[in-house]
Design a protein around this ligand. Structure first.
Ligand code: A2P
Length: 353
């Protein structure tokens, strides 16, 4: 296979940093060094690449000349403006933003779930799904194939890193400040603790807290993050009538999104039958044991997932009242499988064409 010329747009960001690492560690077939693009602010900055460095360039139309694959993770408005420019210059764009995900002419692809969809890309753009949806789909797809998914009630526990570098910085700075305030303030003077920190990326203090608010509030009192879970799941699974009841929650975790999902199927489903289906699923690892009857105690956490490629699934339980429903707890590194890794896997599919 001959190498491809690759550009990473948003190379200085949280997802862009993972993309750079993965291009190297996965041995992506490259033609020369990749291009690292970002805003004017970062132009001239040097980023590590293999044993050396590559200088960041400001994004421009000329920068895309000769590029075969452009990996975008610089925010929706940048994608709206620049993805068509890159595609026009001949690059296949793999876009991590939400800008094109629901466009009928743009496939929305999880590499283990619907890889066949990538071939049909009339705009030259392929969309990488939302990080929470992506992680959940890796576990939901094999169960859907086995038993026919009809409904999902999904509650997420999303890392601060899902909001980019600024989310991680805000969490760590607030945590340090609140630790200085002391346990007494955190225990009995919550308003004082909250007032001591500045909330910019998030709407309220994220350190030592839980926010029932990811993204922006939109229609029907749901957030845009929750609507992504609804609409993107339907598109990825080709199930336009799938019933989805989403609640997205931000938690003080650096990396790793967790989702508890109650999944309802057309067929009755047992835990054993679910385990059988999940055991062979690509990109998925089962961590599930109660610690009773000689079983190892095992369930996944965001820290377990950080830096790992696989999505982890545990707490696989039959519903207490409904033979057609299961509860599962799914965890994945939102910067890896939830974003950068899937984008690179999609680029690998393009490279193999
Ligand atoms: P820069 O570092 O130059 O601002 P994150 O999601 O972690 O916040 O990262 C956002 C990424 O998007 C960064 O690489 C950032 O580059 C890039 N970016 C932000 N604004 C622009 C812009 N106007 N043009 C190109 N890249 C941008």
């Amino acid at each position: 296979m001959s190498g491809l010329r690759v550009a990473v747009v948003g190379a200085t960001g949280a997802v862009g940093t993972e993309m750079r690492r993965l291009l190297d560690t996965r041995g992506f077939p490259l033609d020369g060094d990749p291009l690292f693009l970002a805003s004017e602010r970062s132009a001239g900055k040097k980023l590590p690449w293999k044993d050396g460095e590559v200088e960041v360039q400001a994004i421009s139309a000329e920068a895309f000349e000769g590029v075969d694959v452009a990996l975008f993770s610089a925010g929706g408005s940048r994608s709206k403006e620049w993805a068509p420019v890159a595609a026009e210059a001949g690059a296949v764009v793999i876009d991590n933003s939400s800008a094109f995900r629901m466009d009928d002419e743009v496939p929305l692809v999880v590499s283990e779930v619907n890889p066949e969809a990538i071939a049909n890309r009339p705009k030259g753009i392929v969309a990488n799904p939302n990080c929470t949806t992506m992680v959940l789909m890796v576990a939901a797809k094999p169960l859907h194939a086995g038993f026919g998914l009809t409904e999902m009630v999904a509650t997420s526990y999303q890392a601060a890193g899902g909001s980019g570098m600024s989310g991680i910085t805000e969490l760590l700075e607030q945590a340090a400040k609140m630790v200085d305030l002391g346990e007494d303030v955190l225990r009995s003077k919550g308003a004082e603790a909250e007032a001591s920190v500045q909330a910019e990326t998030f709407s309220k203090a994220i350190a030592f807290n839980v926010l029932a608010h990811c993204g922006n509030f939109t229609e029907e009192r749901y957030t845009d993050e929750e609507w992504k879970l609804v609409n993107e799941s339907r598109k990825i699974l080709s199930q336009p009538a799938l019933r989805v009841s989403p609640t997205c929650v931000r938690v003080p975790v650096v990396v790793g999104h967790a989702i508890n999902a109650r999944l309802t199927f057309a067929e009755p489903v047992s835990r054993d039958a679910a385990l059988e289906v999940l055991a062979g699923a690509p990109g998925l690892v089962i961590e599930d044991g109660t610690g009773q009857d000689g079983e190892e105690l095992a369930y996944p956490t965001p820290l377990d997932s950080a830096g790992r490629d696989e999505v982890l699934v545990g707490r696989i339980r039959e519903d207490l009242g409904d033979r057609h429903s299961l509860n599962v707890f799914v965890v994945g590194d939102n910067l890896r499988k939830g974003a950068a890794l899937n984008a690179i896997q999609l680029a690998e599919l393009v490279a193999a064409e």
